[in-house]
Ligand binder design. Structure first.
Ligand code: CA
Length: 529
């Protein structure tokens, strides 16, 4: 491989940067000579930073042409620049930001790309054909899990066009302050997940009976798209909203556990019949709703995988698709970049509103955005949240930002969207599902086996070493960019074509192959009782 330790490789992200990262597998020893002639003073682990010049105490340490910290003491050229040598900059205030000042050069539309998807009655398109069983409360989770196992074993073989059956299990529904203003977030999240395009509009609910989140509160009349049209004698037709399909475990009709299981299985049959009758059809790439995310990040995330995702994001936006980037604490330090890229002042103001809400949320818990970074991030070379954010934000590519979603809201527009969510992998993925995501892209440097039952997840490794060791978990190796074997554009295009194949069901992701399914995790900023 070209990351042979005998050929030192360092990567600088911007001409103005005074640090670079060491790309070689295993890092480099003291005495190693970089191509420009710089001799290393310390052993520097892979992904960690080397000082390219003498950095006097107090000097700004620049990466991505942004101060990621200030030297706490003199750092000679060739030294290892790690987090204990840096003071983190304060967060940029939310006043006086540049508003919609940057007009990225218009990139021509990308036409002619299609995939095979399931067209839904509401116009959305699924990439999978899944029966989802909505639950109102955690109390029913065990029963639903039991029923889902029997549906998979006994009913699914009779419906070969249905991909899977999934119980939408969660920890909400009771024991919570359901009238608190912020309770709207978990409630609309659950509602909108039930309506995800991959579920074909076939909503069925299992309720306990006594819970605070009653089925009618979760899915009030009018919330489910009307599928059923009936002829009326006058010669026209009328839309009839069918009653919400609910199995209530506390119903007096149930005598014994098996009666509950039988009810759930019987309720599933008509939904499975309708889903099974559907066929994939050719649809334009503009029907993709892609959520991008990173987790287990290292210093290569912002060098290889995330820039390739950013390139692919630009391709998707040019093709007319929707792309959501999220993870508020990982973009907070780049707020000025984002507000300047907003397509309108209203979009910039909506971003500031979401960031201010999140700042206040963290403040209430007596922390700030620096609570984001993990021991693994630091071991991987990311000194602090500023450096992590600069590498995270590049997933958003270069297109104008044309919309903002508050947590749990449903997306109803195309283009590049900032979906405000926590950076927690599971909460972010859950909220992107609620927004209507039908395809997920997840980059990782340290490695995570993340996957969702509700939507395919394409995983991208930032380093070739990870891609080799996790060869049956990683779908794309962006480490080839650091190895000098592929360009950012090469990997971006590879990702774009893989997305169309996965969306069409022609290819399965490794997470789908192994059925690796993380739990839905709701964002509930409201009190529990
Ligand atoms: Ca994340």
């Amino acid at each position: 491989m070209s990351t042979d330790t005998r050929q030192p490789i360092s990567i600088r992200m911007h001409d103005a940067d005074n640090v670079a990262i060491i790309a070689n597998d295993g890092g480099l020893p003291p005495g190693a000579v970089l191509p420009g002639g710089l001799v290393l003073v310390d052993r520097i682990p892979q992904g960690h930073k080397v000082a390219l010049v003498d950095l006097p105490r107090g000097a700004a340490v620049l990466r991505y042409n942004v101060p990621i910290g200030y030297a706490l003491k003199d750092i000679p050229a060739g030294s290892w620049v790690h987090e204990r040598l840096l003071e983190m900059p304060a967060a940029r205030g939310l006043d006086g930001l540049p508003i919609a000042t940057v007009k990225p050069p218009a990139q021509g539309p990308l036409q002619g790309y299609t995939f095979e998807g399931y067209r839904n009655a509401d116009g959305s398109v699924g990439t999978r054909n899944i029966l989802a069983i909505t639950t109102t409360v955690q109390c029913v989770a065990g029963v639903v899990d039991f029923a889902v196992k029997r549906i998979k074993a006994e009913l699914l073989p009779k419906f070969p066009n249905v991909d899977d059956v999934v119980g939408l299990e969660h920890s909400y529904g009771c024991g919570v302050a359901i009238d608190a203003p912020d309770a709207i977030i978990p409630i609309r999240t659950l509602r909108n997940i039930s309506l995800n395009p991959n579920f074909g509009g076939e909503v069925m609910v299992v309720s306990l009976g006594c819970e605070k989140l009653q089925p009618e509160r979760l899915l009030p009349p009018g919330s489910i798209p009307i599928l059923d049209r009936r002829d009326v004698p006058s010669g026209g037709e009328v839309q009839v909203e069918p009653p919400l399909d609910v199995v209530c475990l506390q119903s007096e009709n149930h005598v014994g556990f098996m009666s509950m299981i039988d009810s759930i299985m019987q309720a599933a049959v008509p939904h499975l019949e309708r889903l099974d009758a559907r066929r994939r059809e050719t649809v334009p790439a503009s029907e993709l709703v892609v959520g991008v995310q990173c987790g287990g990040s290292d210093a290569f995330s912002g060098v290889t995988a995330n820039p390739a995702v950013g390139f692919c994001t630009d391709l998707l936006v040019r093709a007319g698709a929707s792309v959501m980037f999220s993870e508020t604490t990982e973009v907070r330090d780049g707020i000025a970049q984002l507000t300047s890229r907003a397509s309108t002042p209203e979009v910039a103001q909506a971003m500031i509103r979401e960031m201010a809400w999140y700042d206040a949320y963290l403040h209430k818990g007596m922390v700030d955005r620096s609570a984001n970074t993990t021991p693994g991030n630091k071991k991987g070379g990311l000194s602090n949240i500023v450096e992590k954010a600069m590498g995270s934000i590049v997933k958003s590519g270069s297109a104008p930002i044309s919309g903002v979603l508050a947590p749990g809201e449903k997306l109803n527009q195309k283009g590049l969207i900032y979906a405000a969510t926590p950076a927690s992998d599971f909460i972010c993925g859950t909220l992107q599902l609620a927004a209507g995501m039908n395809l997920h892209v997840f980059t990782t440097g340290r490695g995570t086996p993340y996957g969702l039952a509700e939507c395919p997840v394409i995983k991208v490794a930032t380093r070739s070493d990870l891609a080799r060791r996790w060869h049956d978990l990683m779908d794309i190796n962006a480490g080839r960019i650091a190895d000098g074997e592929a360009s950012i554009a090469d990997v971006g295009w590879e990702m774009f074509h893989l997305m169309l194949d996965v969306a069409s069901g022609r290819k399965k992701t490794w997470a789908e192959h192994w059925k690796l399914h993380n739990a839905l995790v709701l964002f509930n900023p409201a009190p529990v009782t």
